[in-house]
Ligand binder design. Structure first.
Ligand code: ZN
Ligand code: MN
Length: 488
């Protein structure tokens, strides 16, 4: 389905300048600086210890796996990996932050530079990255409906967070959405985050300003916090860009502010005036030694990277000849793309296989909310079905019924086709008999075919299909009609 393009600057003298700041929870077994389990959905305050509760005298220790994951993401995005890096304290006071500071990275982030390629419609755009750094998550304040008090759950306090900051290279809400989708795919392909926006393991802040079209200075921006779905990101941006255009068009100035988006009302509220970095009194974390990496270790991680979504998207089109649509649908779901490639390895007809994976398999997987593999049709049985169609053993239409009958059992495709009575009849003598009978019943149309009327061929084919309950091979029938009536 073609989505309406969201460009709220259309027809105005302004263009938008958008940057995204994404926080992704890393799916390590334990937290960033202590041995507590890193898991969503546990009883409140059961996954805590003196370190993540911020007790005085407790000491943090760096989670090696979290650093490794962060470096993998940096390498996948073409970043420069720092050979020497350190952690810093970002000081602020909030009930979900028991230490009153967050361990983060300030002036020496783990990764710098890099870019993410984003596909918007036909166009490919390269969106630059400013930095990627590691930090810890805060706990969660819980404000229950209709109750006067609030609670604090510290299970999330200390969970490893990767912060990925883009350059202000994005120009429309649609591009921002595409960037976020591609970043999410990269994190999923690297298997370093669940990227579940509903559970908060992927969160997005956006900053946005407008400027007269064609100018290049960066103007005052606003920041919208904590957008937890792709749609909210796109809608909040569209809303905020329209608001800024209205302010500027009526001679006002945009104030630097932090805003909260209310999806129910599609409006933004002011959360606070924008703070500056110096408000946080950053200083080096004295309880953690700086980190340095050897070339060897970094290169080892680089070699272990899987094929990334953008490269796969291009390969499926260029090497396997898939359409952009099929390549896109497959690449979006790594499990679906892996399933497809296993099928193609067994039966090298990529487009025919892709049709079945993208339509039948994906539909079934979506209905049942399972992966391609869990639908119960293995790659080898799916390609048996595609091969049966190619060999004329079952028609394309009837094959959908065969596919349904393959679900949830191990029966061979040939048996299922036979059991359902859906074998396509390609037997020459049998089809000749059926064609003769139909010609006798319909002398008028038969005469028309002799005179060269193509439509009447279709009519006669239809009659043969009816007579054989849809089992005749329609291609053969058409050929035989032509032969018998001397019109071919
Ligand atoms: Zn802990
Ligand atoms: Mn952060």
């Amino acid at each position: 389905m073609a989505k309406a393009k969201l460009d709220p600057t259309e027809g105005t003298p302004f263009e938008a300048v958008i940057g995204l700041e994404v926080h992704a929870q890393l799916k390590t077994r334990t937290k960033m600086f202590c041995g507590c389990e890193n898991r969503y959905g546990a009883e409140p305050n059961t996954l805590t210890c003196p370190v993540c509760l911020g007790h005085p005298g407790s000491l943090p220790a760096i989670n090696r796996r979290a650093v490794e994951y962060a470096v993998r993401v940096g390498l996948a995005c073409g970043c420069e990996i720092a050979r020497f890096t350190k952690f810093d304290r970002k000081n602020y006071y909030y009930p979900d932050l028991p230490k009153n500071y967050q361990i983060s990275q300030y002036d020496m982030p783990l990764c710098g530079g890099g870019a993410i390629d984003v596909y918007v419609g036909e166009a490919k755009r390269r969106i630059g990255l400013t930095r990627i750094h590691l930090e810890e998550d805060a706990g969660k304040n819980i404000h229950a409906e209709g109750r006067p008090e609030s609670w604090v759950d510290l299970n999330r306090a200390g969970v490893p967070l990767l912060e990925i900051v883009s350059k202000p290279d994005l120009g429309t809400p649609e591009e921002a959405g595409a960037y976020l989708r591609m970043l999410r795919q990269i994190l999923l392909y690297l298997d370093v985050s669940d990227c579940n926006m509903e559970e908060g393991s992927l969160r997005c802040d956006v900053n946005v300003s407008i400027r007269p079209r064609g100018t290049s200075a960066l103007e005052t921006r606003t920041e919208i916090k904590n957008l937890n779905s792709f749609t909210f990101v796109e809608n909040a941006l569209a809303h905020e860009i329209r608001r800024q255009i209205k302010v500027r068009s009526s001679g006002g100035t945009v104030e630097q502010q932090t805003l909260l988006y209310d999806p129910a009302r599609d409006e933004t509220r002011v959360m606070r005036g924008k703070e500056e970095a110096h408000d946080y009194r950053y200083f080096p974390e004295p309880d953690l030694a700086p980190l340095s990496f050897t070339e060897e270790w970094v290169e080892g991680l680089r070699r272990s990277l899987p094929e990334l979504p953008a490269a796969r998207y291009e390969r499926l089109q260029n090497a396997l000849g898939l359409s952009a649509y099929h390549a896109d649908v497959l690449v979006r779901d790594r499990g679906m793309a892996d399933f497809f490639e296993e099928c193609v390895a067994l039966y090298p007809k990529p487009q025919a296989v892709a049709n079945w994976v993208v339509n039948a398999v994906r539909e079934e997987a979506n209905i049942r909310q399972v992966s391609a593999r869990e639908t119960g049709v293995s790659p080898s049985r799916l390609v048996d079905l595609v091969r049966a169609i190619d060999e004329g053993k079952v028609s394309n239409q009837k094959a959908r019924d065969v596919f349904k009958a393959l679900l949830g059992n191990e029966r061979p495709v040939a048996d299922v086709i036979r059991a359902l009575g859906l074998e396509q009849i390609s037997d020459d003598a049998f089809l000749r008999d059926a064609v003769s009978a139909v010609i006798q019943e319909h002398p008028g149309p038969a005469e028309d075919v002799r005179k060269g009327k193509k439509n009447s061929v279709n009519f006669l084919v239809g009659q043969v299909m009816r007579r054989t309950k849809g089992q005749a091979n329609p291609g053969m029938v058409a050929k035989l009609i032509g032969e018998v009536l001397g019109a071919s």
